[in-house]
Write a protein that binds this ligand. Structure first.
Ligand code: NAD
Length: 261
């Protein structure tokens, strides 16, 4: 349970900056979805904080090289809490910023699609680390809904391979359509995120430890371009020194108060 206590005076100022802003960019990380029941990686209850082994399955080369790592990953995907997760008040508060006509872009490191489910226009959401709702073939690039691929796992395939490649006599390794460690980011998506940082007059960074690059660079980029910076998180981040306000507390509670929903 996060304690929202120390931000009372800064939140009043931050709420006034938000009301006055014309082009708001929001950057979100795993922390916004923990109240929906999806654990983050590096927070106090994070998957990697509790089980450093899980980090191995997120590494592209380990995943491609090892059938054991892939079997572990498919079982993790099959039983992920994310399939049943619903948007929470933090996601909904951000939708209100869009509804007021102030949202330039919502850039998310999350792969859970809860921002779109909460009601954001999909074209305003930039998923810099992809989505867990699709699978992709590492050999031929075929993409399809993850539900189809997980159904194969559920019915006994512990490391499903690409069906199109199979027809050509090739084995295509399937993975979720997310950016693993060691995998290149999508240049156009990162470019659009950096452009939003450049053009915004207020950047709100929510629920991220802000230590994954290049996305974390959006903060100094926006700062250098003259934007105000608000950080919302339950603990200090790597970018707090760039912020005009650091709002420490429960993300759902702080965002609800900040936006006034
Ligand atoms: P992170 O795990 O590095 O940091 C999350 C931060 O949020 C931590 O500082 C934690 O203390 C804070 N936090 C968690 N719950 C909170 C709450 N309820 N109130 C206040 N603070 C809270 O997350 P990151 O920076 O996004 O990096 C993790 C990477 O892992 C991302 O790139 C993302 O792709 C991926 N990931 C995504 C999901 C998801 O889609 N929901 C979940 C886990 C990891």
């Amino acid at each position: 349970m996060w304690v929202a206590s120390e931000h009372t005076s800064s939140i009043t100022a931050a709420a006034a900056w938000l009301r006055a802003a014309r082009r708001v960019t929001v950057l979100t990380g795993a922390g916004i979805s923990t109240d929906s029941g999806i654990p983050d990686f590096r927070g106090p209850n994070g998957l990697w904080t509790k089980n450093p082994q899980a980090q191995k399955a997120a590494n592209l080369q380990h995943y491609l090289d090892s059938v054991e790592v892939r079997r572990f990953a498919w079982q993790n995907r099959l039983h992920s809490a994310a399939w049943a997760a619903q948007p929470n008040p933090g996601h909904r508060a951000l939708v209100e910023i869009e509804r007021r006509g102030q949202l330039l872009r919502l850039v998310t490191q999350n792969i859970d699609e809860l921002h779109q489910r909460a009601g954001h226009a999909p074209e305003l959401v930039l998923e810099v680390h992809g989505t867990m709702h699709r699978s992709v073939c590492w050999t031929c690039g075929d993409r399809r809904p993850m539900t189809e691929t997980l159904e194969r796992v559920r019915t006994g395939e512990d490391d499903p391979d690409c069906l199109l490649c199979r027809e050509r006599g090739v084995t295509g390794v399937l993975k979720s359509d997310t950016i693993s460690f060691g995998q290149s980011l999508v240049a156009e998506v990162i470019h659009a995120a950096m452009q939003a940082a450049q053009e915004t007059d207020l950047l709100i960074a929510v629920g991220s430890s802000l230590q994954v690059y290049p996305v974390a660079n959006m903060v100094p980029r926006a700062r250098a371009a003259g934007a105000r910076i608000i950080v919302v998180n339950g603990e200090p981040t790597k970018m707090d020194h760039h912020a005009d306000a650091v709002l420490i507390g429960s993300i759902s509670e702080v965002l609800t108060e900040l936006v006034g929903t």
